[in-house]
Design a protein around this ligand. Structure first.
Ligand SMILES: NC(=O)c1ccc[n+]([C@@H]2O[C@H](COP(=O)([O-])OP(=O)(O)OC[C@H]3O[C@@H](n4cnc5c(N)ncnc54)[C@H](OP(=O)(O)O)[C@@H]3O)[C@@H](O)[C@H]2O)c1
Length: 263
């Protein structure tokens, strides 16, 4: 049995547990102030001092808010010889090691994104040098419960990851809003415009997920020369004022803010 100690079980922790429940080789203890119902292999406690001293976790998963980390993590120092897996935004490996009280603690820092809540996220992970390859495999398999997993060697790239996949779902929602608003200006009723925009994004995303073609190939395939889509793509793909420079500006802003917030 792999023993997991999950700290915090809100939106993200809850999503991970939903995936883990299906795996009978996992023995999970959840520390959370508002416990939910127990089940086979899942035990809830509302405070760390209720943890059975005989329970030796293979991994401590940190799914609390970043701002709670400094207050909560030091109490887990007694597990400093175990693997820690943090999904807290902006909390660096060295900062987490400091809070655990051991420069040699094995720590994985992961950045999931919003669709993880329905098992369709993408999580980027980085490890410190204390993490073994076996521990990396464990981290990979635990994070796969909420979607795809990618690894990076350089932690410094985590701010770029935050600007792309971390904040990215909001860009897709904003695109959907902008399409609906433009549809309204063309005379469509607000409700119909919203439905058309939403289902267009949902359908295109699902198609993208199923297709082996690149996004550029899909775009070209739907664009007849001289047609309506080609007319729309002229301003959209403009190199100075189109979508590319706009998104670059937006993501530079997210990147700069991620750098400011990280500790
Ligand atoms: N949501 C996302 O899309 C997303 C994306 C990327 C990264 N993340 C990261 O994921 C982490 C969790 O985010 P979330 O959205 O799941 O937050 P959340 O829904 O607020 O969950 C946090 C959980 O921690 C619990 N908690 C509070 N104090 C605790 C303590 N002392 N010990 C144990 N548990 C405690 C809370 O319980 P109560 O509610 O009872 O207080 C709550 O269940 C954050 O660090 C965030 O940066 C989230």
């Amino acid at each position: 049995m792999t023993k997991i100690l999950l700290v915090g079980c809100g939106k993200m922790g809850g999503a991970m547990v939903r995936g883990w429940r299906k795996d009978e080789t996992l023995d999970i203890v959840i520390v959370c102030p508002s416990p939910k119902e127990q089940s086979a292999h899942v035990t809830w406690i509302d405070a760390l001092d209720k943890l059975d001293p005989a329970f030796m976790p293979d991994v401590v998963v940190l799914a609390i808010k970043p701002q709670q980390m400094a207050a909560v993590l030091p109490a887990y120092a007694r597990h400093a010889d175990r693997l820690f897996l943090s999904i807290a935004a902006g909390k660096t490996l060295s900062h987490l090691a400091q809070l655990i009280g051991s420069p040699h603690a094995a720590i994985l820092r992961a950045m999931p994104n919003l669709p993880s809540q329905i098992g369709k996220g993408i999580t980027v992970v980085t490890a410190n040098t204390a993490v073994t390859s076996q521990q990396k495999q464990l981290g990979q398999s635990l994070l796969e419960s909420i979607g795809l997993v990618e690894w990076i060697d350089e932690e410094i790239l985590m701010d770029a990851v935050t600007a792309l996949s971390g904040s990215g779902p909001a860009y897709a929602f904003a695109l959907c809003e902008a399409m609906a608003a433009a549809g309204e200006k063309l005379g469509l009723a607000p409700e119909l415009a919203a439905t058309l925009a939403r289902q267009t994004i949902i359908g295109s995303g699902a198609l993208l997920g199923k297709s082996c073609a690149s996004t550029a190939e899909l775009r070209v395939a739907v664009t007849s020369p001289g047609g309506t889509t080609a007319a729309a793509l002229l301003p959209l793909m403009d190199q100075e004022n189109g979508l590319f420079p706009l998104l670059e500006k937006a993501m530079q802003a997210a990147y700069a803010r991620a750098k400011e917030l990280s500790s």
